[in-house]
Write a protein that binds this ligand. Structure first.
Ligand code: SF4
Ligand code: SF4
Length: 334
């Protein structure tokens, strides 16, 4: 195992008053660990710089590096051996790379190659801002849909059904661009999954929210999914770090938190998912896409070694996954 791999080294496993830290073991099938969701973080490069972006993605952020197809392929094949049932690509914006952003290439060919391979293994979801650069990939997406049908899904963030609210977070004009993309994808036969964070919405009930989104796409098939809790803002963490603060405090989730908060360990992503991130030139496994670039949670460089116990110690373990109604990246249509 690589020297950088440290989980749970450096974490306190017993609190000062003797409580044990909560942990989540990987799912097992047929007597061995198994994987349901594999997340691939395709870098922190993005054409947008949204105010609340948890990875602080932007056109200048290269902290999480894009993963090339040749690097990813053996990990996708490994995931197949562990029974993967869904592969999700996120970022950053998966449809851009430096060449696309700077106009030297129209398409992110490496990503398309990874997508093609992943679809041969399991159903795939792409999380995208749906704004501009996905449009250069429409022909490729149409072709993938013709061959793979419902196995390919697109999850697109629309912060609010109100243009000003969405643009206030993502940038002027982005609402109109994303809505146009959703309409075009629906016309191709996709059922776009509109994603929003409930705490940012002014509307209260599921019914009000659903109706407001549906009204934007009258007659077109879309799904609406809500994320219940907000992740901590990556830009805030960067500011804190630049000011000399500690951006990653340790949070003590005790073993009995699961029953107190009504969230069984089996409902958490770290039970059934793993996430690949490329940091400092190396592919690393993390328990989930909620935690990134934090050595305390690196589980190894292979999927096999990553399928081990995860101790809950990150701020997001409590604030995103366990608190209130809880949250997961496996969103539910409302
Ligand atoms: S589009 Fe997504 S990845 Fe890009 S800056 Fe906004 S929230 Fe971050
Ligand atoms: S953030 Fe959530 S899914 Fe990730 S390790 Fe913590 S509890 Fe598990």
């Amino acid at each position: 195992m690589n020297a950088r791999t440290s989980h749970p080294d450096g974490l306190t496993l017993t609190s000062q008053d003797g409580a044990l830290r909560g942990y989540v073991d990987p799912q097992r099938r047929g007597g061995r660990p198994s994987l349901e969701d594999l997340w691939v973080m395709q870098g922190s490069l993005c054409d947008l710089k949204c105010k609340h972006c948890y990875t602080a993605s932007s056109p200048q952020n290269h902290r999480l590096v894009q993963i090339r197809f040749a690097e990813l392929r053996p990990h996708l094949e490994d995931a197949a051996r562990f029974g993967v049932q869904r592969i999700c690509f996120t970022g950053g914006e998966p449809f851009v790379n430096q060449d696309v952003l700077e106009g030297r290439a129209a398409r992110n060919e490496e990503f398309l190659a990874s997508l093609e391979c992943a679809l041969g293994i399991a159903p795939v979801e792409i999380l995208t801002n749906g704004r501009r650069y996905i449009r250069n990939h429409f022909e490729a997406l149409r072709s993938l849909r013709a061959r793979h049908g419902e196995r390919l899904r697109l999850r697109i963030t629309l912060e609010s059904p109100e243009p000003a609210r969405h643009d206030g977070i993502r940038g002027k004009g982005t609402f109109a661009q994303t809505v146009a993309t959703v309409r075009d994808l629906a016309a191709m036969g996709f059922v776009p999954v509109l994603t929003a964070e409930r705490p940012l919405l002014a509307l209260q009930t599921d019914e009000e929210i659903r109706e407001a989104y549906r009204a934007l796409f009258d007659g077109l098939a879309v799904e609406v999914n809500l994320i219940e809790n907000m992740l901590e803002s990556g830009h805030e963490l960067t500011r804190l770090q630049q000011a000399g603060g500690a951006p990653h405090p340790e949070v003590f989730v005790t073993a009995n938190c699961f029953s107190i908060l009504g969230k069984p360990p089996e409902s958490l992503m770290c039970h059934f998912s793993r996430c690949i991130q490329k940091i400092d030139g190396e592919l690393r496994y993390y328990p989930c896409p909620v935690i990134y670039d934090d050595r305390r949670f690196e589980l190894g460089v292979t999927l096999a070694e990553s399928l081990r116990r995860v101790y809950l110690a990150h701020k997001n373990c409590y604030a995103y996954c366990l608190k209130g109604r809880g949250a997961t990246c496996r969103t539910q249509a409302i």
